[in-house]
Design a binder for this molecule. Structure first.
Ligand SMILES: [Mn+2]
Length: 586
C-alpha cells in the first residue's frame, strides 16, 4: 500500500493490487477495470478463491462432521429425540445467542420433538455464560436430560460437572476461545479449539449451531427418522434468515461461509414469511423494494434485539423468532421498540458523559487507549458507547461500570491491536476477562483501575511497536477525469454483502466539479458530481455540515459507491465520507 497523505490522526493509503491479477479477473469474469481492481484488492490470490468470492454457493460449505465430537453429539441428540427426553437450550442475551437459541427451538419443534425448553440468562442476575446455581434451580423446577449451550459454555467446566452429577449430558456449542482446555462435556463444538478440524474458524455462535443442525439432519436421514415418522425433511435454507442476523450482529468477518450465510440469509430475510420476523421488519420499514443489508442488521435490527437483553431479559427476542401467530408478533414488536427507545436515551446520556470525561482528561487517556469508569453507568450500554468512542478517538477503549468496590467493563479495539491478548497481559489486575481480538469484557476491583489502565495501554503500545493508531483510509482506486464507468454500479452487487471483513469499496475522486450543492436539515450536503465528459452522478455527505464553507476549495473527495433505492428507482450515488482540501500525492 502506498501512503498518499499523512495527517496528525489520519492516514490516506492507496491499495496497489497485482496488475496481472486485475487483468486475469477482468478477462475471466468480464467485469470493468475498476471492479477487477477492487476484487484484486480483497486479498484473494488464486482463481478458486476469486471464483468462490464471486459465486458464493451453499453447496461449497464444508462437511459439519469435520467438527470434533460431532458424531457423538448428533447420536446423543437422536437418542434424546427417540426416548422423548427433555432438552434445555441455554443461550446468551446478545443477538448471536438469541438467534442461536431460536434456531434450535424452531428446528426441534418442526421435527416433532416438543420436549424442548430454553433459558436466556439474565445479564444482571446470572451474568454471561452457564450459571451453575441457575442451572440447578432450572433442573429442580423441571428436570432435563440433555443441555445444549449456544454461543457460550466453553469456559463452564464447573457447571457442566455439576450437571453431569445430576445425570445431565451437556453439549457445548460455542465460538469463543477457551482460556484453558475444553470442558469435560459430552461433546464440544467450537471451531477455535486447537484439535477441531473444521476449516473455517470465524463462525458466529449461531453459525456453529447451524452446522449442528446440518449434521443432525443428515444423521436423522441415516437412521431413517423422516420416513419412520412421516415428517418431511426440513429445508435448512429456510433458517438462514435468523442465522444471518446473528452472524452479522456478532461482528464476525463476512468472508467465506459467513459471506455465504449473509448473502442467502439476507435474501431470505427480505422475503421472510415468518410471522414474528415479518411483523418486526414491517414496523422497521425494511420490507420493500431492496434487499436488507448488513448495515440494516447492525444498526436497525440488532439494537432492538439487544435492547431487551441490555435493559431486562433477552426472552422477547427468542419469542419473536419462534412464535407462529400474528397478534403476539405485533405486541412483542412494540415491546422491543419501546425498550430500544429507552436504551437509546441511556446510551446518549452515557456517551455524552464519557466524552466530557475524555475531553477534560479524567480517567485514563493515552495515544493508545482510553479507560473511563463511573458509578452511574448502565452496564447494558457501555459496549455500544465504547464502540462509538473508538470511532471518535481512533484508539482502543475500555468503559467500566462500577458498583461498590466491583467494576464490570466492556472493551472495543482498533485494527492492528488485539484486545484479548492485551487483557491477558493485564490479568494480574483483573478478577476475570474474556473476548476476541476486537472486543472483550472484564471484571475488576476499584482499587486496581489505575494500574490496569496503565498496563492495558502499555500492552497495546507494545503490540503496535510504539506507533499510535491513526484512522486509516484504505482507498481502492483513485479516479480522475475518466470518471466511474457506467457498468460499475451494476457490478457492485457481485461484491455484496458489504460489512466487516468485506468492506464496501472506497474510491478517491479528483478532477471533478461539485454542482448545485445544498444543505439538508442543516447537516447533510447533497450535490451533483461531474467528472470530465462523464454523466453527472448524485452524491450525498451525511453529517458533513462543517465541510460546507470549504466546499469550493476541496480538491479530493473520498466516498463509497452505492445505489439509492427511492420511489421504485435505483439511482447510482456516491456516499461521501471525506472532503480534502489537501492534494493526495499520486
Ligand atoms: Mn457470539
Amino acid at each position: 500500500m502506498k501512503t498518499l497523505l499523512e495527517l496528525e490522526r489520519e492516514v490516506f493509503l492507496l491499495k496497489e493490487p497485482d496488475p496481472e491479477l486485475g487483468k486475469t479477473i477482468r478477462e475471466r469474469f468480464g467485469v470493468s477495470d475498476l471492479t477487477a481492481k477492487i476484487i484484486a484488492n480483497r486479498g484473494l490470490h488464486t482463481i478458486q478463491e476469486i471464483d468462490g468470492y464471486l459465486k458464493p454457493l451453499l453447496k461449497n460449505i464444508p462437511d459439519p462432521f469435520a467438527f470434533r465430537d460431532m458424531r457423538r453429539i448428533v447420536e446423543r441428540i437422536y437418542r434424546a429425540i427417540k426416548d422423548g427426553e427433555t432438552i434445555l437450550v441455554y443461550g446468551d442475551y446478545d443477538v448471536d445467542g438469541i438467534t442461536a437459541t431460536a434456531l434450535l427451538i424452531r428446528f426441534f419443534k418442526q421435527i416433532g420433538h416438543s420436549a424442548v425448553r430454553y433459558y436466556i440468562p439474565d445479564r444482571f442476575k446470572d451474568g454471561y455464560g452457564l450459571n451453575r446455581e441457575r442451572l440447578i434451580g432450572l433442573y429442580r423446577l423441571t428436570p432435563f436430560q440433555v443441555l445444549i449451550t449456544v454461543d457460550c459454555g466453553i469456559t463452564a467446566g464447573e457447571a457442566i460437572e455439576t450437571m453431569a452429577g445430576l445425570g445431565v449430558d451437556t453439549i457445548v456449542t460455542d465460538h469463543h476461545r477457551a482460556e484453558t482446555g475444553p470442558p469435560a462435556a459430552l461433546g464440544v463444538l467450537d471451531p477455535s479449539l486447537k484439535d477441531c478440524g473444521f476449516p473455517f474458524k470465524n463462525l458466529a455462535g449461531v453459525g456453529v449451531a447451524f452446522f449442528l443442525l446440518i449434521a443432525l439432519r443428515s444423521h436423522l436421514r441415516e437412521v431413517g427418522y423422516w420416513k419412520s415418522r412421516d415428517i418431511p425433511e426440513p429445508d435448512l435454507r429456510r433458517f438462514l434468515d435468523i442465522v444471518s442476523i446473528g452472524t452479522i450482529a456478532d461482528m464476525v468477518p463476512l468472508i467465506g461461509i459467513n459471506r455465504i450465510i449473509a448473502r442467502f440469509g439476507l435474501t431470505m430475510l427480505s422475503n421472510t414469511s415468518h410471522p414474528g420476523l415479518r411483523s418486526f421488519l414491517e414496523t422497521l420499514k425494511l420490507i420493500g423494494e431492496r434487499t436488507i443489508s448488513p448495515w440494516d442488521v447492525s444498526f436497525k435490527i440488532a439494537p432492538r434485539f439487544n435492547a431487551a437483553g441490555r435493559l431486562e431479559r433477552g426472552d422477547p427476542g427468542v419469542s419473536l423468532l419462534t412464535i407462529e401467530d400474528n397478534a403476539e408478533a405485533f405486541s412483542i414488536t412494540h415491546r422491543l421498540e419501546e425498550l430500544n427507545r429507552q436504551r437509546q436515551e441511556i446510551e446518549n446520556r452515557t456517551l455524552k458523559d464519557a466524552i466530557e470525561r475524555v475531553e477534560s482528561r479524567r480517567g485514563f487517556v493515552s495515544p493508545f487507549a482510553i479507560v473511563q469508569w463511573n458509578d452511574t453507568w448502565h452496564e447494558g450500554v457501555i459496549g455500544i458507547v465504547a464502540s462509538k468512542l473508538v470511532e471518535r478517538y481512533g484508539r482502543s477503549v475500555a468503559l467500566i461500570s462500577l458498583d461498590g468496590e466491583h467494576g464490570k467493563g466492556s472493551l472495543r479495539g482498533t485494527p492492528g491491536n488485539n484486545i484479548f491478548e492485551a487483557l491477558q497481559a493485564c490479568s494480574p489486575w483483573l478478577v476475570s476477562y474474556g473476548g476476541h481480538p476486537m472486543a472483550g469484557g472484564l471484571r475488576i476491583h476499584r482499587k486496581n483501575l489505575e494500574a490496569f489502565s496503565k498496563s492495558f495501554s502499555d500492552s497495546l503500545q507494545r503490540q503496535r511497536n510504539g506507533i499510535p493508531p491513526k484512522k486509516e483510509w484504505r482507498i481502492d482506486a483513485m479516479i480522475g477525469a475518466e470518471g466511474i464507468p457506467d457498468e460499475f454500479f451494476s457490478e457492485l452487487a457481485m461484491l455484496e454483502p458489504f460489512g466487516l471483513g468485506n468492506p464496501a469499496p472506497l474510491l478517491g475522486l479528483r478532477e471533478f466539479q461539485i454542482q448545485s450543492p445544498s444543505l439538508l436539515q442543516g447537516k447533510h450536503i447533497r450535490f451533483t458530481l461531474k467528472q470530465g465528459d462523464n454523466k453527472a452522478l448524485q452524491a450525498i455527505a451525511f453529517n458533513a455540515a462543517e465541510a460546507w464553507e470549504k466546499l469550493k476549495n476541496v480538491s479530493t473527495i473520498i466516498g463509497v459507491p452505492g445505489i439509492n433505492h427511492w420511489n421504485g428507482r435505483a439511482i447510482p450515488q456516491m456516499n461521501i465520507k471525506k472532503f480534502l482540501v489537501d492534494h493526495l500525492d499520486l
